[in-house]
Design a protein around this ligand. Structure first.
Ligand code: HEM
Length: 717
């Protein structure tokens, strides 16, 4: 419409943003979106109101089925960059040139909970990466734990039915602490190794930016001569691998179930882009027989002492999705999305996965054309003879949709050697439903994992088993689990049994009982020959040796009230922000706080909405009035005591120390000296020492948690 064609009605207001007109889905501008069409102001609504009907009909159909697993998730865009050429291993073009960047979309998830469930469930985290390579889509659909519960995909519906809410009452949501889960895993000895991981701190991450990722299943890289290497894929977070403690996880679940989602979103909005190294482990095809594990067994890791890790790339997430549904919800990852130069292994778990994802996505996304959605489309052109189906977007031209053809000059034509050609693995054998005896060692690596944990990590594993099994009502299941744990480590079994009020038998008697149970309930994969890992050191299995030299993106609370010494706040804040940490001032209310120098300090949070569980560390500055006021606030006393009980660094200067002393961290009658002897508690009575305290505080925050704080049990969290 030209300007001349407009009549006076076109001059209607367009909102404060000079907005485009609101239209129907047919592009017709809507005059009034606030009132339906009625027969008189108090009369019935008229059927002819196509504007009302269209709007409500669309709304009525807004929901699609959530993912059958990994329903709760969040995504981000970014890029992958090669730092070491993989030319000698693979023809995959996107892995061959140092500096080459490939666009990616990543989705993190929990497994068991539904779409609206809490981020802080004790669970595996999905770590799925879609690479939009020049040769098409490559999906690396991994987890933050390198092994899995089962060895064969045929058991996947069973493990998932067992962990999901129970059939009769749909309880509990996003939790494994219930009878059906422990019933199943106690009858599935191959799960034992995975149980050790999932009861470790890895299952309650501090941030999705601080988790590792693993392809889990073994793949093949194929080189220019057609030779294959078995390969495991890894992601290593630049910020290190960090977790919260279980009490904290449960509290965060109530106070902010979107905690991880928000953390990822905000870090990217701030420009503090999450980053991981990409690493591989490779074993030349033909040499796989010399290891104590079978490379096809997804319940095993490849210890780095035996198969070193090679860092070859990096992943950076630098853009949030524009629309959650269109991108994060509709993205469809699939382990069978491969590009030339990468191929599958015969891992029986992977083989089943290759079928499952596309199959489920057909029902989840409702059409075989979901690859046309912008988030799922490859960057290169899709050229084939597939046509029609629900919601086809692509408008193919011409009469031909078959091959071979002469009418379209033979096009499209198969790519021959340029295309994807399956690795010609020699396969022969009888059709059997049998597992290789090489898959039979269900406990060797579970013990390797346990042995390589720090004392604190071992305690957390004991606590996690004790919590979960205490939630199991059926005593026979608890007992079966204790018998199973004796096969990993007798001390582990004893420590858990003590918390359950059970006794522990010797491993041989326990195994006899287990075998009888397994036979009774039809278990067809009992343990076989145990492999010897006694001489293997695997520090990589522990989180204790992770990155501890940065405070980048850590959240620090500064507790203040009127009369706070602003100079102390400024000194500590400057040191923390210089290290890349984020500082939030928390005050009794949102009213500006009067500093002792007459200036004002604007709080970001009030004690009524903030909680220590949202912060990595707490600082209490001096100022006699401020400290005195905070000492009268139960919420402030709880804030510091809870942070202490969660092993977090605490700092105080000047009278700020009085709040720590009053909070119950030290026993009644305890002194400032006792307080400052506690690991991770730093401070000084002299305001002039603020700079020095700041340096100590920065070091303490980088260390993340102080699990050697013995007095914690006494402090109410
Ligand atoms: C190595 C073990 C496994 C890993 C690492 C893994 C990883 C994942 C991840 C990360 C997702 C979420 C994808 C997303 O963000 O959209 C996912 C979804 C899913 N997985 Fe797995 N999974 C494993 C085993 C299996 C097995 C054995 C099966 C079935 C036989 C299976 C079936 C599914 C299904 C049906 C979905 C939902 C996909 C969708 O609706 O888009 N997974 N898996």
């Amino acid at each position: 419409m030209s300007t001349d064609d407009r009549n006076e009605k076109d001059e209607a207001p367009r909102g404060p943003g000079n907005c485009p007109d609101l239209t129907t889905n047919q592009g017709v501008a809507v005059g009034d979106d606030n009132n339906s069409l009625r027969g008189g102001p108090r009369g019935p609504t008229l059927l002819e109101d196509f504007i009302l009907r269209e709007k409500i009909t669309h709304f009525d159909h807004e929901r699609i089925p959530e993912r059958v697993v990994h329903a709760r998730g969040e995504g981000a865009h970014g890029y992958f960059e090669v730092t070491q050429s993989l030319k000698k291993f693979t023809t995959a073009k996107f892995l061959r040139k140092v500096g080459q960047k490939t666009k990616v979309f990543v989705r993190f998830s929990t497994v068991a909970g539904s779409r609206g469930s809490t981020d802080l469930a004790r669970d595996v985290r999905g770590f799925a990466v879609k690479f939009y390579t020049e040769d098409g889509i490559f999906d690396l659909v991994g987890n933050n734990i390198p092994v899995f519960f089962i060895q064969d995909a045929i058991k996947f519906p069973d493990i998932i039915h067992a962990v999901k809410p129970e059939q009769h009452n749909e309880i509990p949501q996003a939790a494994s602490a219930h009878d059906t889960f422990w019933d199943f895993v106690s009858l599935t000895p191959e799960s034992t190794h995975m149980l050790m991981w999932v009861m470790s701190d890895r299952a309650i991450p501090r941030s999705l930016r601080m988790i590792e990722g693993f392809g889990v299943n073994t793949f093949r890289l194929i080189d220019e001569d057609g030779k294959a290497h078995f390969v495991k894929f890894h992601w290593k977070p630049k910020l290190g691998l960090h977790s919260v403690v279980w009490d904290e996880a449960q509290k965060i679940s109530g106070k902010n179930p979107d905690y991880h989602r928000l953390d990822l979103w905000q870090a990217i909005e701030r420009g503090q882009y999450p980053e991981w190294d990409f690493a591989i482990q490779t074993i030349p095809e033909g040499e796989e027989g010399q290891f104590p594990f079978d490379v096809l067994d997804p319940t095993k890791v490849w210890p780095e002492q035996l198969v070193p890790l090679q860092k070859v790339g990096r992943l950076v997430l630098d853009r949030n999705p524009d629309n959650f549904f269109a991108e994060t919800e509709q993205v469809a990852f699939c382990p069978s999305h491969l590009v030339p130069g990468i191929d599958f292994s015969e891992d029986p778990l992977l083989q089943g996965r290759l079928f499952s994802y596309l199959d489920t996505q057909l029902s989840r996304l409702g059409s075989p054309n979901f690859h046309e959605l912008p988030i799922n489309r490859p960057e290169n052109a899709i050229v084939n003879n597939q046509r029609e189906g629900h919601m086809r977007h692509m408008i193919n031209k011409g009469p031909v949709a078959y091959s071979p053809n002469s009418l379209a000059k033979g096009c499209p034509f198969h790519a021959g050697a340029r295309g994807f050609n399956t690795f010609p693995e020699k396969v022969e054998g009888k059709k059997v439903r049998e597992r290789s005896p090489r898959f039979g060692d269900h406990f060797g690596q579970a013990e390797l994992f346990w042995r390589n944990q720090s004392d604190a990590e071992k305690q957390h594993i004991v606590d996690a088993f004790s919590f979960e099994l205490s939630m199991v009502d059926t005593v026979a299941i608890r007992k079966r689990m204790i018998d199973l744990l004796t096969q990993v480590d007798v001390q582990l079994a004893e420590r858990v049994a003590k918390n359950l009020g059970l006794t522990v038998d010797d491993p041989a008697s326990a195994m006899k009982r287990l075998k009888a149970e397994w036979a009774k309930y039809g278990v067809t994969s009992p343990p076989g020959l145990r492999q010897d890992y006694a001489n293997i050191k695997a520090p990589e299995l522990s989180m204790a040796h992770t990155v501890k030299d940065t405070i980048q993106t850590r959240q620090i609370a500064v507790l203040v009230a009127d009369g706070v010494d602003g100079a102390q706040v400024d000194a500590i804040k400057a040191a923390l922000t210089a290290g890349g940490a984020l500082v939030e001032v928390v005050a009794p209310s949102m009213a500006p706080v009067k500093r002792s120098d007459g200036k004002q300090l604007a709080p970001q949070k009030s004690l009524k909405t903030a909680a220590s569980v949202f912060y990595d560390a707490v600082y209490v500055p001096g100022g006699a009035d401020s400290a005195a006021a905070l000492k009268k606030e139960g919420l402030a006393l709880h804030f510091v005591a809870e942070a202490f009980a969660h092993y977090k660094p605490l700092a105080a200067t000047g009278e700020g120390l009085d709040l720590l002393l009053a909070s119950g961290i030290v026993p009644p009658g305890g002194t400032e000296n006792d307080l400052l002897k506690e690991p991770g508690v730093v401070g000084s009575r002299k305001p002039a020492d603020a700079q020095q305290v700041a340096q100590q505080f920065v070091k303490a925050i980088a260390a993340h948690r102080f699990f050697d704080r013995k007095s914690v049990e006494r402090v109410p969290a």
